[in-house]
Design a protein around this ligand. Structure first.
Ligand code: NAD
Length: 240
């Protein structure tokens, strides 16, 4: 049983579908896009697995509690938590990055991961795994994403620290750090010209498709593949 935040769209959706193909029932947490969430649900069901949708804001502790409880009530357990929801808006002028914007980024990307992990861990048995979505921006920084890069670096540190904390419970904690990926996240606040060049500065000269990220999550979720791996940040960055 996997609980995936931001599973309605992009990387989260492709992880949900590949997890289902590997035999997981999936709970999806999403913020607002009911139609997208329904599409993910039917894609999971086409793989022959069950899917529940939980509309919740991960920046709110009570919503995270609800998401975990609904998953446990429906499926009886949680084996894998994928922390993947994120807020990202570019701001080219550092002086114009508002307190409100900064707050939303930290509340979603850091508090959200913290809340979800703290709520889920009491229900996770030895052999379970947490996978966080970091980013290349958390390694290199991105000048138009100062706040977002801060949170992604924080997620990498959170992954390493939490892995040590949970090792005694037999729960592994790792992160995937994607480079540019073709999802709504970046085009949504960029001009068409910029969008057309998205990912062109990678050695592969293109962004990844979400389906090229999902196998990394399966690898880190499955004890058959990664039982001796915890606290690692796995970059999937097109050759940077
Ligand atoms: P996406 O926009 O397709 O999906 C993000 C999802 O997060 C949204 O659909 C939404 O449901 C969810 N979300 C946002 N705020 C939320 C909140 N407060 N509560 C609950 N859910 C919320 O984007 P994506 O590219 O698939 O992003 C997935 C992850 O990958 C994110 O953590 C992002 O930072 C990371 N990432 C993406 C890229 C990229 O180029 N697309 C690169 C590096 C890292």
């Amino acid at each position: 049983v996997a609980l995936i935040t931001g599973g309605d769209s992009g990387i989260g959706r492709s992880v949900a579908v590949l997890f289902a193909r590997e035999g997981a029932d999936v709970a999806i947490v999403y913020l607002a896009e009911d139609k997208d969430a329904e599409e993910t649900k039917s894609a999971v069901e086409k793989e022959g697995r069950r899917c529940i949708l939980v509309k919740a804001d991960v920046s709110e502790r009570s919503h995270c509690h609800k998401a975990v409880m609904e998953t446990v009530e429906k499926f009886g357990r949680i084996d894998v938590l994928v922390n993947n929801a994120a807020f990202q808006i570019h701001s080219s002028d550092f002086g114009e990055l508002t307190e409100e914007h900064f707050d939303t980024t930290l509340k979603t990307n850091l508090y959200g991961y913290f809340h979800m992990a703290q709520e889920a861990v009491p229900h996770m048995k030895p052999g379970s795994a947490i996978i966080n979505t970091g980013s290349v921006t958390g390694i290199d920084g991105s000048k138009q994403l100062v706040d977002y890069s801060m949170t992604k670096g924080g997620i990498h540190a959170f992954t390493r620290a939490l892995s040590g904390n949970l090792i005694g419970k037999g729960i592994r904690v790792n992160a995937v750090a994607p480079g540019p990926v073709w999802t709504p996240l970046n085009p949504s606040d960029k001009e068409a010209d910029d969008v057309s060049k998205f990912g062109a500065d990678t050695p592969m000269k293109r962004p990844a498709q979400p389906e090229e990220l999902a196998p990394a999550y399966v690898f880190l979720a499955s004890p058959h593949c990664s039982s001796y791996i915890t606290g690692e940040i796995l970059p999937v960055v097109g050759g940077y």
